[in-house]
Ligand binder design. Structure first.
Ligand SMILES: NC(=O)c1ccc[n+]([C@@H]2O[C@H](COP(=O)([O-])OP(=O)(O)OC[C@H]3O[C@@H](n4cnc5c(N)ncnc54)[C@H](O)[C@@H]3O)[C@@H](O)[C@H]2O)c1
Ligand SMILES: O=C(O)[C@H](O)COP(=O)(O)O
Length: 389
């Protein structure tokens, strides 16, 4: 029986995929797996029993991924599963903001009981003259699952689209319309664009990437949309840019007390992925990936380990996470040979400094033999996790 600790509300269509015979969703001190959305997970939430963490969503900045990697804990996310939901909210906000819709609706609510309401409407409407997005330049920073959809949708709305992504994946490059212009630097986006929309992950490298030096280069009155993470933007510099009018509007899905008190801010309560469709897509994908890992050791869509897939046919499977250094596989297979265990099949894949190996044994072995082998493999320098399935 696998124990799963669930944080956040996860769509039932996903959690229903945990069969009652094999899984218990429970508050426990020793879970095998963790399932969550934006819950801020700290090391205390990750006891030694945890084998994998599945994030039903894209951003993993709420999970101590580097620590997990060192312990051989596989962290999954659900790439693209909520991208359409975010795209639709970005495009809605882009148009609504350009047409001053947020302010206009807010004002209209205040005149419910006004005298000569219809006349007042005709007089005051000049305050809410907007601008059209057709023909305007939009810069998409980060052309991943969401950025690609936003860029293509903006093109379909007759905008000029420039995308910047120095690490674009082959898949994203295939999906991006050929009419999207390629920016060779962030500065190119800053200097050319009337709208800038952020779609890259928050990391040590991207924290505060939008700051005074960037704002200085931007067009007067530029509108910045941030449906990625608040910390990508330096708040001191944002405040100055909004005060001076350099940034005409900051549209963010990540409000905090300080940002809400800044001028010309439009904020939504982290709604990007909050559609029924997206919540279900993310939950289903996260549960499928977690189940597959717990039951077969196969890895798909992990942020800290490479995809590793070997059809599970074996009598006994050995999975090992280890450092990506020479002779790891050699030492492990030598150990099996020394114990007269034949190998039926195996696979090894690496990602950065860490690797993962699956070895299918030609024979079943009992619990005692497993424990003896585990003890011997564990002491090999560089091994971080060993599991028999
Ligand atoms: N508002 C919401 O509810 C919501 C929903 C989903 C995702 N998000 C946020 O959006 C982010 C992007 O999501 P996604 O699904 O498109 O992820 P993704 O991994 O598919 O795409 C991210 C892209 O950013 C690029 N990138 C990384 N560093 C960059 C840099 N310095 N400059 C330019 N590009 C860079 C990557 O190469 C990648 O192509 C997530 O990490 C998350 O923080 C927010
Ligand atoms: O990174 C994400 O997927 C989004 O920020 C959505 O977060 P949520 O699942 O908490 O809505």
């Amino acid at each position: 029986m696998y124990q799963i600790q669930v944080y956040n509300q996860i769509a039932k269509k996903g959690t229903d995929l945990f069969s009652e015979e094999k899984y218990r969703l429970t508050d426990t001190e020793s879970p095998d797996g963790v399932l969550l959305r934006s819950y801020p997970l700290t090391e205390e939430h990750i006891p030694e029993s945890v084998k994998a963490i599945a994030r039903a969503g894209a951003g993993v900045n709420n999970i101590p991924v580097a620590d997990c990697t060192k312990k051989g804990i596989v962290v999954f996310n659900t790439p693209g599963a909520n991208a359409n939901a975010v795209k639709e909210l970005v495009i809605t906000s882009l148009i609504a903001s350009s047409r001053k819709l947020f302010e206009a609706v807010q004002w209209t609510q205040t005149i419910q009981n006004a005298e000569n309401l219809e006349r007042l409407v005709e007089i005051e409407k000049k305050k809410y003259i907007g601008s059209e997005i057709q023909g305007k330049y939009i810069g998409v920073v980060g052309a991943g699952a969401i950025g690609v959809l936003v860029a293509n949708a903006a093109l379909a709305l007759d905008m000029e689209v420039i995308a910047f992504d120095p690490f674009i994946s082959v898949n994203s490059a295939w999906l991006l319309s050929r009419n999207v212009q390629r920016a060779m630097s962030l500065d190119e986006v800053f200097t050319k664009c009337d709208y800038i929309t952020l779609h890259m992950p928050l990391s040590d490298k991207t924290k505060g990437i939008i700051n005074a030096s960037g704002f200085d280069k931007m067009k007067e009155g530029v509108q910045v949309l941030n449906f990625s993470r608040g910390e990508l933007v330096n708040e001191d510099d944002l405040e100055n840019a909004l005060e001076s009018g350099k940034v005409g509007k900051y549209i963010t899905d990540f409000p905090n007390e300080r940002v809400l008190n800044m001028k010309n801010v439009v904020a939504t309560p982290h709604l990007g992925a909050s559609t029924q469709e997206s919540e279900e897509n993310c939950a289903i994908m996260a549960v499928q990936q977690l189940r597959s890992y717990l039951e077969t050791g196969n890895i798909k869509n992990s942020v800290n380990f490479a995809d590793v897939e070997l059809p599970y046919i074996g009598k006994k499977r050995l999975t090992i996470a280890h450092q990506n250094i020479p002779n790891m596989v050699g030492q492990i297979t030598a150990l099996l040979a020394a114990n007269s265990i034949n190998i039926a099949d195996m696979i090894n894949r690496s990602k950065g400094d860490y690797a993962y190996t699956i070895i299918d044994l030609d024979q079943d072995i009992d619990h005692d033999a497993e424990e003896i082998l585990k003890g011997k493999v564990k002491v090999i320098t560089g091994v971080t996790m060993i599991r028999f399935i």
